[in-house]
Design a binder for this molecule. Structure first.
Ligand code: SAM
Ligand code: SF4
Length: 328
């Protein structure tokens, strides 16, 4: 199994399939001026499947496809099918903005997608438009309904909570977790990319969100027993209806339990979202290095995985790439 020098076992790989996106979420990328990678720079589906096979041989069991917007990539269900066939992959998931789900849900479900996370930061049309710079709230809500109708479970909604922007909606989202078959995950706003508008004051600590929801709904949240190394702290309501989760990267970093690494759409292995160092797997694949050679490079890179991010420390420096270029 893949192990780093801090004794953490790595079984989770996030694969970005494109840096492109049809949204322009203010915290993720600037409104204009994004320069996209050339198609030839992106890993092909065959290359992604080969690299996934090598990772699976090293103990990776969980794959998440992301981007940019992964469904901007043509016929993504073909890749999903290829990855679902890789021996050892037990969990195949995707994070998406939900825009294309209406049309693509059936193909994705049939191809073997097991789980999905849809990003949604506001249930109010105007605010949704302000945050994403697109007027697509209804499409995303319809996409959520469609994917749910194909039996994919759990459907999770990722909400990035930002003070004085959308934190007034956390209880509305929690209610959604009680009335729909969705799990809501509240994500702390993270400093990543240079144009994200991040300031420490904009972060709403998970504890405050939890307390606010309990107060507003007059219910208690009970922690779900912690299994494995998922970054989200899971809670259920004490009346048995609804589950929510918290990703508290800023206020309660979970680096100690981190079990994941990432591959960017141009084939760079990153051992942390906040890494300043990447290992070029695409170059190895395209220069004819065999699987054994690539395996050795992966083992060596993972061994050097960072102890943790430094967000709360003065020496913290944001990565040069935006979240959409790294793969969120
Ligand atoms: N386009 C897809 C989507 O939006 O779901 C996948 C890529 S997106 C970069 C992945 C996740 O990263 C989304 O849930 C998004 O909200 C989150 N994200 C992006 N920038 C962030 C930031 N600065 N802080 C916290 N989460 C962020
Ligand atoms: Fe696109 Fe996702 Fe970034 Fe929003 S968060 S701009 S949907 S990649």
């Amino acid at each position: 199994m893949l192990k780093d020098s801090y004794g953490r076992y790595i079984n989770n790989l996030r694969i970005s399939v494109t840096d492109r996106c049809n949204f322009r979420c203010s915290y993720c990328m600037p409104e204009e001026g994004m320069v996209w990678m050339n198609k030839s720079e992106l890993l092909t589906y065959e290359e992604i499947a080969r690299i996934t096979g090598i990772f699976a041989g090293l103990g990776i069991t969980k794959i998440r496809l992301t981007g940019g917007e992964p469904l901007m990539r043509k016929d993504l269900h073909i890749l999903v099918h290829m990855l679902a066939e890789v021996a050892g992959i037990k969990d195949l998931a995707m994070t998406t903005n939900g825009f294309f789900l209406n049309e693509r849900a059936e193909l994705l479900a049939k191809a073997g997608l097991k789980r999905i996370n849809v990003s949604l930061d506001s249930l109010e049309a105007l605010k949704f438009k302000e945050i994403t710079r697109r007027d697509y709230l209804n499409r995303v809500l319809n996409g959520l309904e469609t994917i749910t109708s194909y039996g994919i479970r759990p459907v999770k909604i990722n909400m990035v909570v930002m003070r004085d922007i959308n934190d007034d909606e956390v209880t509305e989202f929690a209610i959604l977790a009680r009335t729909k078959p969705y799990v809501i995950r509240f994500i702390e706003f993270m400093p990543i990319g240079n144009n994200d508008g991040w300031r420490n004051e904009k972060v709403v600590p998970s504890k405050d969100i939890r307390e606010r929801i309990e107060r507003d709904l007059n219910l208690k949240l009970i922690p779900v027993e912690y299994h494995g190394t998922q970054p989200s702290d899971r809670y259920v309501f004490d009346d048995g209806h609804g589950e929510i989760g918290f990703i508290s990267s800023v206020s309660e970093p979970f680096c100690e339990h981190c079990n994941r690494v990432r591959i960017t759409s141009d084939g760079k292995l990153r051992t942390c979202l906040f890494s300043h160092h990447e290992t070029d797997l695409k170059q190895l694949v395209r220069s004819g290095v065999d699987n054994d050679g690539i395996r050795k490079v992966i083992i060596d890179a993972v061994w050097k995985k960072e102890e943790g991010h430094l967000i709360n420390r003065p020496e913290f420096v944001r990565p040069a790439r935006t979240m959409s270029q790294i793969g969120g």
